[in-house]
Design a protein around this ligand. Structure first.
Ligand code: IMP
Length: 433
């Protein structure tokens, strides 16, 4: 099978980086199709841990095409910092190409300013964004005033679009938020410097992918965030500003749905969320604290502590449906080791008797009133990090995995039992089916 999409089934931070890195070994091209530097994945370069926000996780492998699709919003400063870092560490493989879609939209300094000002103005009702300017950049894209990579490559076009945008954004910044205005001139010079660096990387990603698919190359589409941060299917408005579900791999990279062979959904063995919004299985007790501590649940982009709770299968079932997931990868199962009794949420119920089992309510007022319906399973105390096959896992761990698989109605293709690359049980590799 040649084209695989990987998406998160929860609220992001499911451990996609490790799975993508593993599958990248078999892929010829690794493509991101949405989001921007609100995402973060941890990679280890010569024993040193670093967090990349834009460049796909496949960058550490040689002979790959690492692509940033048209559906992304790119902060050129961050992208260039990541390129420089990899070069400095001699970690940019000589035959791997980094390709940036000429249709991707740019994050501008005023996007970051509007993001921060708007969050501050919302006070307690804030979304808890990463303040990277993601939402305002997507707003400009949809209102057809955005500035794209192809504009950056032409000084006159860029200067004119910048002038018009700065005029409008300064109105918001000063009149609505009481902030200082931005000055177009230094932005123009700063961005023209970025243009020189990024020019060799800019290309038509869709065209390159088409060629690769014709040559029977293997393509890995790397989703960022998770299905419940999707702007349509997530807990709106506590979501990100892009479509994070698998279908957007097609729009955001420029391939047709007929080219996709499988979709792997990443399920963390428990649930976490950063930022505000409903969270039915959230644990405000010592088990929640324990999961947070053992699982090192801190936001990779903002460093914020992640909220933690039991595995919520209502979320996962909706993701399976909306993203057409064909295989599940369970991550961080080892974090649950040592907890006496484990709970899995199999449904929601409100005090007025409404029930949800396979879909989450659209109305946030209803969502806030949902209470979890749990099933309880025995935990395990054995160290599972050296398990290489499902059969190596203790009986109660296998029961947890089987229960998850049965509730999702989709087979498990991978189980991660530790942070290390080789602490992984692969039952089926989507590229080697
Ligand atoms: P934004 O994407 O910065 O606009 O943030 C919107 C919401 O999505 C906030 O709740 C963020 O915490 C959340 N978010 C954005 N990116 C990620 C991610 O990569 N992992 C987890 N949460 C994220």
């Amino acid at each position: 099978m040649s084209s695989v999409i990987v998406v998160g089934t929860q609220w992001g931070d499911e451990g996609k980086g490790k799975v993508v890195d593993l599958y990248a070994e078999d892929a010829d091209a690794i493509v991101r199709f949405q989001g921007g530097n609100n995402a973060g994945h941890t990679i280890v370069v010569r024993g040193k841990q670093t967090i990349l926000h834009l460049i796909p996780s496949g960058i550490l492998h040689d002979h790959k095409m690492c692509m940033l699709g048209n559906g992304m919003v790119i902060d050129p400063k961050v992208l260039i910092e990541e390129i420089r870092y990899l070069e400095k560490e001699n970690a940019f493989p000589p035959n791997t190409k980094l390709i940036l879609s000429d249709r991707a939209h740019l994050i501008m300094p005023y996007h970051r300013r509007v993001d921060a000002a708007r969050e501050a103005a919302k006070g307690a009702g804030k979304i808890g964004t990463t303040q990277r300017g993601i939402g305002p950049a997507y707003e400009d894209k949809v209102s057809r005033v955005g500035i794209r990579v192809c504009d950056l490559l032409d000084r006159d076009t860029f200067a004119e679009k910048l002038r018009r945008n700065v005029e409008e954004k300064n109105f918001y910044l000063t009149k609505l938020f009481g902030e200082q205005p931005v000055d177009a001139k230094p932005i123009l010079e700063e961005y023209m410097g970025y243009a020189d660096v990024l020019r060799p990387h800019a290309a038509d990603v869709s065209l390159l992918l088409d060629e690769a698919i014709r040559q029977k190359k293997k393509i890995l589409f790397e989703g960022a965030q998770g299905c419940h941060l999707d702007v349509d299917y997530g807990t709106y408005p506590f979501v990100t500003s892009s479509n994070t579900v698998a279908g957007n791999a097609c729009c955001g990279a420029g391939v047709g749905p007929t080219q996709i062979n499988s979709v792997v959904g990443i399920v963390k063995a428990y649930t976490t969320r950063v930022g505000s919004g409903p969270f039915v299985t959230e644990l405000a007790d010592e088990i929640g604290e324990r999961i947070q501590r053992v699982g090192q649940e801190f936001g990779a982009t903002t460093g914020r502590k992640r909220r933690c709770g039991w595995l919520d299968m209502v979320l996962v079932r909706q993701s399976v449906r909306v993203s057409g997931i064909t295989g599940l990868a369970i991550t961080k199962l080892d974090v649950l080791t040592g907890i006496d009794k484990l709970r899995i949420c199999v449904g929601y119920r409100t005090e007025s008797g409404e029930e949800f089992a396979t879909s989450v309510p659209a109305d946030l007022n209803v969502f806030e009133r949902c209470r979890p319906v749990y099933m309880e399973l025995d935990g395990w105390t054995e160290d599972i990090t050296s398990a290489k096959r499902i059969e190596d896992l203790p009986r109660s761990t296998r029961r947890y995995v089987d229960t998850l698989e049965n509730l999702a109605g989709v087979k498990v293709v991978l189980v991660s039992v530790g942070a290390d690359r080789n602490e992984t049980i692969v039952t089926e590799n989507p590229f080697r089916r």
